[in-house]
Design a binder for this molecule. Structure first.
Ligand SMILES: C[S@@+](CC[C@H](N)C(=O)[O-])C[C@H]1O[C@@H](n2cnc3c(N)ncnc32)[C@H](O)[C@@H]1O
Length: 187
């Protein structure tokens, strides 16, 4: 597994050493596949461009955090966007941000575990998780996505898949990698 980037390492550590969680928060932590760290806006823009997002596309961001990918997809590219977010707090932030950006008609936020989400309507799936999470998601992506769907992952490869393209961009002197995949025809 590729070592996590600094921001991810800090956020992961915070998640792991935090006080033992109880109740609903405990359930949420058990299902968590990645900590909350945002993709820089220019990385978001490039992820959407590399998957050819336009007004005919439906974009799913799995673990949508503050909703920035959804808002960019809807506002700049005219796409419909669906965010799936485990944390009630971040799901609410993403919903409120879509309203503030005036794209609430094009954005839907589902507060649930991404492993339970139905991905069959997605043309594009965006990910900023960790390698282990990508590996857990892989069979679900293979089963539910239609042939030709584009999957784009920030910084973490999907092991066992061959990327169509890998692009590296620098943001504030930190390199970011973008991995682009296409779902092939079912055998
Ligand atoms: C690294 S952040 C990425 C946020 C956003 N996609 C971006 O690129 O800016 C990962 C997000 O995934 C969410 N998450 C973690 N496990 C999840 C799960 N099982 N289902 C849905 N969301 C999850 C976290 O709460 C966090 O907001």
């Amino acid at each position: 597994m590729k070592p996590p980037t600094t921001m991810f390492a800090i956020a992961l550590l915070a998640l792991l050493v935090g006080a033992p969680a109880q109740g609903q928060h405990g359930q949420e932590m058990k299902k968590s596949l990645a900590p909350y760290v945002t993709s820089p806006h220019n990385v978001v823009e490039r992820m959407l461009e590399l998957c050819g997002v336009d007004d005919g596309k439906v974009v799913y961001d799995l673990g949508c955090g503050d909703g920035r990918i959804l808002i960019a997809a809807a506002k700049k590219h005219g796409a419909h966007a669906v965010g799936v977010e485990l944390s009630p707090k971040w799901a609410q932030v993403a919903t409120d941000s879509a309203v503030a950006a005036g794209v609430q008609d094009k954005v839907r936020v589902l507060q649930q575990d991404m492993m339970d989400a139905d991905l069959s309507g997605a043309d594009v799936v965006t990910l900023y998780l960790i390698s282990d999470a990508n590996s857990r998601l892989r069979p679900k992506l293979e089963k539910e996505l239609r042939p030709g769907a584009c999957v784009v992952s920030h910084d973490f490869e999907i092991e066992g898949w061959k990327p169509r393209k890998v692009e590296k961009i620098m943001v504030y002197q930190r390199p970011h990698s973008i991995y682009v995949y296409r779902i092939s025809a079912k055998k």
